[in-house]
Design a protein around this ligand. Structure first.
Ligand SMILES: *Cc1c(COP(=O)(O)O)cnc(C)c1O
Length: 369
């Protein structure tokens, strides 16, 4: 890895390629692969990741909101893009950019029909989301006839896929619940296909679903976190390569005497002489206050340096009493050898949250190693 002169999120596209190939090898060759690039591609860089996935041969991309899809179209991305949570107020923009909506309720389906009609669309590709137990978004069994009738009645839309989402695909203790969701999705998609008279693609597996329930891959799978190098279990993490590494440097070192304090609210008070290092990264960069007061740590010259006191907006101070280091030395927050999952765990959260928290202020750098 290259040395950095400022706080930098380094994105390794070779790691992305490795993870893509790993996940692809877990499914049948004919199963389609959708890469999830919502939330700035899990906090990395939407366009960089989408371009690479397009080049690797992914079949579909997904984002959460219309604005994220617009960004991809403006960058020239050609792949079909599923918008997981479109809002009716953005339908005009969605259609103008050939983005494909997930429709999850009678209301949102009706609103989309109005928008597609107003724009004289024919066979506009839509995706039907079924709720099978997550209870977040999705149609239920009672809606199947409504969906089929509305679709048949209107020339302007065509259902290209129906899908659902597992609530606990990573949790082996919830295996029965997941199997129930899969069975329920089979019934719902079967009923829809019967009423519709044709067969849209079906998909239900996220990363942990691919690893734990490959028998439910249907015609497509949707992977996010696995592409970025995390698999929600240590054994899988060993096989994957983190795409993003977050590094910064030491701006200043202080000798702190006994009975002095460090940072806002004097949240750290020293009982003896210590040495602190100030780093140019704070909660505005994505290191939330929950990592403060000794919970989170960075690695400097191979050694752990815990965060002292409160995380500031633009800085943290870390304990380097036992570390041979100087101003300008590198500090690793997470990376290939220091997992973001482990860093997240220090504040009781998960890789998804720390990755997506890294703010746009942090410089992005792309490597291929
Ligand atoms: C975010 C998301 C995914 C990706 O999940 P991972 O666990 O990151 O693989 C898949 N499907 C839906 C509906 C999502 O919202």
């Amino acid at each position: 890895m290259s040395k950095v002169g400022e706080t930098t999120l380094t994105l390794n596209l070779l790691a992305l390629e490795h993870n893509y190939n790993y996940l692809r090898a877990k499914i049948e060759p004919e199963t389609k692969f959708l890469g999830v690039v919502k939330a700035f591609a899990y906090g990395s860089d939407t366009v960089t990741i989408a371009r690479k996935l397009e080049q690797l041969g992914a079949d579909y991309l997904a984002v959460a909101y219309v604005s994220e899809g617009v960004l991809l179209r403006e960058a020239g991305i050609q792949l079909p893009i599923l918008v997981l949570h479109p809002l009716a107020s953005n339908f005009e923009d969605l259609i103008a950019h050939h983005l494909e909506p997930s429709l999850y309720s009678r209301n949102i389906l009706n609103r989309f029909l109005e928008a597609a009609n107003a724009k004289n669309q024919k066979d506009y590709p839509i995706h039907i989301k079924f709720n099978t137990g997550l209870n977040r978004l999705g149609f239920s069994e009672a809606d199947v006839n409504f969906i089929a009738e509305e679709t048949k009645r209107s020339e302007c839309i065509r259902i290209v896929s129906c899908f659902s989402h597992l609530a606990a695909s990573e949790d082996i203790n919830e295996r029965d619940f997941s199997l129930n969701q899969i069975a329920s999705f089979k019934n719902l998609s079967g009923a829809l296909m019967d009423t519709l008279g044709y067969a849209p693609m079906r998909h239900m597996l996220n990363t942990s679903g691919i690893l734990n329930y490959p028998e439910a891959q249907f015609e497509m799978v949707r992977s996010g976190i696995g592409l970025y190098g995390y698999g929600n279990q240590a054994k899988v993490d060993e096989q994957l390569r983190p795409v993003a590494s977050l590094k910064t440097i030491i701006s200043q070192i202080h000798e702190i005497g006994a009975n002095q304090s460090v940072g806002y609210n004097r949240a750290f008070k020293s009982s003896h002489n210590i040495k602190s290092a100030t780093l140019p990264i704070g909660h505005a960069d994505g290191i939330g206050r929950q990592y403060g007061k000794g919970k989170g740590f960075v690695t400097i010259n191979g050694k752990k340096a815990p965060i002292l006191g409160n995380v500031c907006m633009d800085m943290i101070m870390v304990d380097v009493t036992e570390i041979d280091c100087k101003e300008g030395d590198e500090a690793i927050v997470f990376g290939p050898n220091k997992s973001a999952e482990n860093f997240a765990a220090t504040a009781n959260t998960i890789s998804y949250e720390i990755l997506t928290a890294i703010s746009q202020r942090v410089k992005r750098e792309v490597i291929n190693t």
